[in-house]
Design a binder for this molecule. Structure first.
Ligand code: PAF
Length: 222
């Protein structure tokens, strides 16, 4: 696996992959990889000829009071994991490489981006769409893989790609859960051990409701 930091280096690698007729799978991440990310890499390796992964903690999708500076990072470990899972190219740009001085162009999917998570994280999806659009332009993948864990993000990225005519297939992949049922997430390291059961309770409650609806015909919310 080759690791590159510059947009020009990614473009050169992609160019030689495309010359060989390879179909490119792309997994954009913010690093601190877990089995959820690695399940996306696995899908890409299975379905495409070459797999490109990016690691970039994207400042424009964090609000001023959010965790940008303390977001967990470990690119050495991430590199090892990706190598062991047969990724072909790792792109780890700096913030300066992505957002040059005076950067002022943003991509926004109206409506959907203001609802649900967007209503409590103003500007979050604008940052996500901007970086994903830029990465698509840099990598020009045939397929890109996103987890259903971030369902709203996945739907917004699909809409953005369709509406901007970006020639990429957006693949939604199942949520990877840890042994106790909690969805794998880089931010799980923030949850204190004694509070973890609250996070798991949410999933268990929702699963119980689904079971009551699907298998017991219960329709009474109370
Ligand atoms: O889901 C993420 O990790 C990020 O939002 C993404 C898609 C890599 C964009 O920074």
């Amino acid at each position: 696996m080759k690791t590159v930091k510059l947009v020009s280096e990614v473009r050169a690698e992609i160019c030689s992959m495309k010359k060989k007729g390879q179909r490119i799978g792309f997994v954009p991440t913010m690093g601190y990889l877990h089995e959820g990310h690695l399940s996306l890499v696995k899908r890409s390796v299975e379905e495409c000829d070459a797999t490109v992964v990016s690691i970039f903690v994207n400042p424009t999708q964090f609000g001023p009071a959010e965790d940008y500076s303390r977001y967990p990072r470990d690119s050495a470990r991430d590199g090892e994991l990706l190598r062991s899972r047969d990724a072909d190219l790792l792109f780890i740009p700096t913030v300066e490489e992505i957002y040059g001085e005076g950067f002022s162009t943003f991509v926004e999917v109206g409506g959907l981006s203001e609802k649900l998570e967007g209503s409590i994280r103003p500007g979050h999806f604008r940052g996500v769409c901007t970086i994903v659009c830029k990465l698509f332009n840099i990598v020009s993948p045939d397929k890109a893989y996103f987890g259903w864990k971030d369902a709203q993000q996945l739907i917004i990225i699909r809409k953005m790609s369709e509406e901007l005519n970006i020639p990429v297939e957006i693949e939604g992949c199942p949520i990877f859960r840890e042994a106790d049922g909690l969805a794998a997430s880089s931010r799980n390291v923030y949850i204190p051990r004694e509070k973890r059961r609250y996070a798991v309770a949410l999933y268990m409650g929702l699963s119980r409701i689904r079971d009551l609806l699907d298998n017991h015909g219960i329709r009474d919310a109370s």
